[in-house]
Design a protein around this ligand. Sequence first.
Ligand code: GDP
Ligand code: MG
Length: 395
Amino acid sequence: MRTYFVGGFLGSGKTTSIAGACRILMDSGKRVAVVTNDQGKLQVDGLFMRASGLSSVEVGGGCFCCRYDDFDAKLAGLVERESPDAVFAESVGSCADIVATVVRPFEAFRARYGTRSVFTVMADSRLLLARLSGRRLPFSEDVVYIFDRQLEEAELIGLNKRDLLKPGELEALEELADRAWPGKRRLAMSGSTAEGAASWLAALESASPEAGRPALEIDYQRYGSGERELAWLDERLLFEDSGGLSSDGSRCRDAILAFVERLALGFLDAGLAIGHLKLQVSSPGGFERKIGLGSGDFLEDGKDPPAGANEKTGAAKAGAGAAALAAFLGAQLPPFTCRRAEVSLNARVQCPPEELAALAAAAAAVARGMSGITVREEDRSVFRPGFPEPTHRMA
Ligand SMILES: Nc1nc2c(ncn2[C@@H]2O[C@H](COP(=O)(O)OP(=O)(O)O)[C@@H](O)[C@H]2O)c(=O)[nH]1
Ligand SMILES: [Mg+2]
């Protein structure tokens, strides 16, 4: 058995890349499983993995490092039940210092689960290019500190979403990455097109090149305060079309899109940096689809985001580009018909939790105002992540 640890910032494409790699392994007859992780309990990633036919378990309520015993127990249960050939462990996107707090304890206590492999950190290539080019990311300094520290401890950086780079940008990014981290392994890839997935798997199979390297230097005060600048919102929304015979069954989809558009525009109009916004949409006929977006989707080409109280993102673009946003979201939810649909929502945004909750409520109200539609919100949970206190730290 092999265990593959994957980290990286919110929305960098960890889940998508892992699902793609799992499909390749399964096609070659391997048994695979995934452990997902989040500060919250309702995990779109876990739902997405299962909707994609992958076996997965969730560690919730904190990151792997702070809930190491839970991670260990969940992993052990998975191994017992399924005897997988490979397990991917995806850490939450606001977590750093994973080698010292998760990978090394795992090697020390679970050697029988096989040698661990290269620790991959995924990056949204557009955000990383902006960062390494000296452009300002939309997040606060302490959140960017987490982004930087995550990449620093990578043994392999996945230059993900390469399909979204413009001609010439990949070469520029590779050069900048080599300058920033001489000798560090990197791989251009695309989780959604599976480009590079086979090379990633080959790299994962190779031994860790950096075992014995000193642990990451990290200031837990800055890391903790970066995490506390982010707000988490999880909830389930039940959309119902009560339109009777006058409805052709398309209203739930329209209402879901109206909800997510309003929510995303709410973030952009308020100048908030989006870690990620993701929704898993399910309807009783077995329809399953994930919708996602993050700050990388709103970076102004080659320009710094306008400065502001909250490191404003592409708010100006949102004003001009509401139609583009609607098209971007609509393309992720192909037409389907139903009377009822369930939406699981995870939003991670740099703002106070109350602001995030108010924006979500306003977006739900827009959908609720649509003719023939009712929207019920359930299991809402809004919070800031707690201060990171790893169970183990092996320097
Ligand atoms: N175009 C493109 N989109 C991607 C790629 N990888 C992930 N995404 C999208 O980026 C969003 C975040 O991806 P996800 O895998 O959930 O990121 P995670 O938060 O790091 O696990 C989702 O909407 C994905 O569909 C990629 O390589 N190319
Ligand atoms: Mg994920």
